[in-house]
Write a protein that binds this ligand. Sequence first.
Ligand SMILES: Cc1cc2nc3c(=O)[nH]c(=O)nc-3n(C[C@H](O)[C@H](O)[C@H](O)COP(=O)(O)OP(=O)(O)OC[C@H]3O[C@@H](n4cnc5c(N)ncnc54)[C@H](O)[C@@H]3O)c2cc1C
Length: 350
Amino acid sequence: MEDVVVIGAGLSGLTAAQELHQLGYRVLVVDKSRGLGGRLATRRIGATVLDHGCRYLQPFADLELSPIPALLASGILQPWQPEGFELSADGLLTAMSPQDLYVAPQGMSAVAKAMASELTIQRHWLATRLTPLSQGWQVEGTWLGESEQDKPKAFAARAVVLAIPAPQAAALLHTAAQRSAGIDDLLHQIQRVGFDAVITVMAGYGPDRSTRLASQERADGWMIAGNSHPTLRWIALDSSKRADPPESVIVLHSSAAFAADALDQANLEPTGQTLLAEAAHLGAWMLSPDWMQVHRWRYGFVRQALGAPILASPKLTNLVGCGDWCSGSGAEDAIASGRQAAAAVVTALS
Ligand SMILES: Cc1cc2nc3c(=O)[nH]c(=O)nc-3n(C[C@H](O)[C@H](O)[C@H](O)COP(=O)(O)OP(=O)(O)OC[C@H]3O[C@@H](n4cnc5c(N)ncnc54)[C@H](O)[C@@H]3O)c2cc1C
């Protein structure tokens, strides 16, 4: 039996698992994906590396929580100083003052890999059911890998951390056999959390084409934030994060309203083209990439947070939830919540 099973190897789950592992607990992390990091995601397309999830880290409000100094010291993170623009609702660009942004030239998932280096992680394993045991939980799941390997169908643990987006955590809580007052309390709290979807377009333009914006003054990278634009939320020359990129690449994130309409399209190719056509108003070259890929984030950005550092009930102390959705919407919130979840588990197991 494990001391703790952490479901989800995103920033919050890895933080909770790291803390508990360092305190000497026997911890197993499971994640349904092949890679680590959840929304801290990196895609490799041939020799090209790009970040199609979390774009950068910004200085943390709580310095004690911040992994940025250690990640800078180890060379995993580097400052990124693109020329920044704000995109107005009617499509006009204005210059933004520079911000402190930190990126991983190897791809943002390098941050997750560094955090996971001492942890035991079962990847490709989708947790599907929770069942209470006399002293803990059984977590049942399905192996999603391609090989016919004989993977365990269940893990038992004294405590479980649900480090997954709230709607997915709610689905797992609903499976708990013999629903108790504690489970019902967690389900009641979690229903106030809401997420916005995002449609992400990744597009490559080869090594030799000009990928400048008309309003650009400097010759290096750029990013555009469009918080009030009906279609576009953010676009950047992602290849400007890399030391020696083999080609120019942009990453574009849609607005929440656009994603809500397009989310369930079976074929996202036309949706990606619509987004590139919108972006082409800012640089005509964007309309005709050499290649394009489109990704849907069903649970992209937190719209409505829980309003508490973790999901917990005094009626059920050995099952807690954590993630960015507990108290905010970004990397710092995920790490803060993971830290709090570990502290709650320590109390429950002591
Ligand atoms: C497009 C985009 C851009 C962003 N940009 C930024 C940014 O620039 N700066 C910033 O601070 N934040 C950004 N964010 C937000 C940031 O990425 C998140 O706040 C943070 O990564 C969330 O971490 P998490 O651990 O809470 O959740 P997640 O990263 O979602 O991790 C959850 C993990 O659980 C796994 N999982 C889910 N269900 C199951 C199951 N049943 N069984 C097993 N595993 C399961 C998933 O595979 C995933 O790995 C961005 C998010 C998106 C989508």
